[in-house]
Design a protein around this ligand. Structure first.
Ligand code: 2AM
Length: 212
């Protein structure tokens, strides 16, 4: 029986990937701490980390996720912070402004949908964020200044109309993420057109049919 390391999240628009790359180019050379940054294009906003899931459970997982109904929403990034807030830094992140409550509601609905499959409660409360980099060894950088710089970036808003199931595969340059399936916003919620007024739950794909 083989297992896949999986997580759910929101994919980022091209412009955010571009801004992340320029932040890395700007900040990384000035850091003394050993840090790891997501590979280009790997950045995402996690909704739920699933960990190791046996292949045999993928179909049931896809079905449960396709039943998660949500309407499209606008997502905006604002501010910056670190985990933990004091002491040695482990993660530097960009905050979610607009749409944070919608993201949290979606994460909660995902939890509810996955509970019958044996995915228990989260280890920690959900804190929507976009990981900028991880700190492997904190050498005492001026994190406040670094985060101030991050907080000055102006991110264009992004319309979320799907969430993604990703597989994480370890590699020599850190994990590589592959999208396995996308789960779309419910047609019932779409602001205009498209019929399907009684479309009900999720226009979700099943694992094996990647989307976007
Ligand atoms: P992040 O959202 O803070 O970046 C894949 O590993 C993704 O799942 C990462 O983006 C990671 O954190 C998130 N994640 C959440 N909990 C995790 C855990 N216990 N182990 C590994 N990754 C986790």
């Amino acid at each position: 029986m083989s297992a896949l390391r999986l997580f759910l999240g929101v994919a980022l628009p091209r412009e955010w990937h571009r801004l992340l790359a320029s932040l890395e180019a700007d900040l990384r050379p000035g850091l003394r701490s050993r840090t790891t940054w997501p590979q280009p294009g790997n950045g995402h906003i996690t909704l739920r980390f699933l960990g190791a899931v046996e292949r045999e459970r993928l179909e049931a997982l896809g079905r449960a996720l396709a039943g998660v109904a949500f309407g499209p929403f606008e997502l905006g990034l604002a501010g910056a912070g670190r985990f933990p807030p004091r002491g040695a830094a482990r993660v530097a992140w960009v905050g979610v402004g607009q749409g944070a409550a919608r993201l949290a509601a979606l994460a909660a609905d995902i939890d509810t949908a996955l509970a019958p499959l044996g995915f228990g409660p989260r280890e920690r409360p959900y804190r929507p964020h976009l990981t900028l980099f991880r700190v492997r060894a904190d050498a005492g950088d001026a994190w406040e200044q670094v985060l101030e710089k991050v907080a000055r970036v102006s991110w264009p808003a992004h319309g979320v109309d799907a969430f993604t199931l990703w597989r994480s595969v370890p590699g020599p340059n850190g994990p590589k993420y592959t999208a396995l399936a996308g789960f779309g916003a419910t047609s019932l919620w779409r602001p205009s057109g498209g019929g399907g007024a009684l479309g009900g739950a999720g226009s979700g794909a099943t694992p094996g049919s990647p989307r976007g």
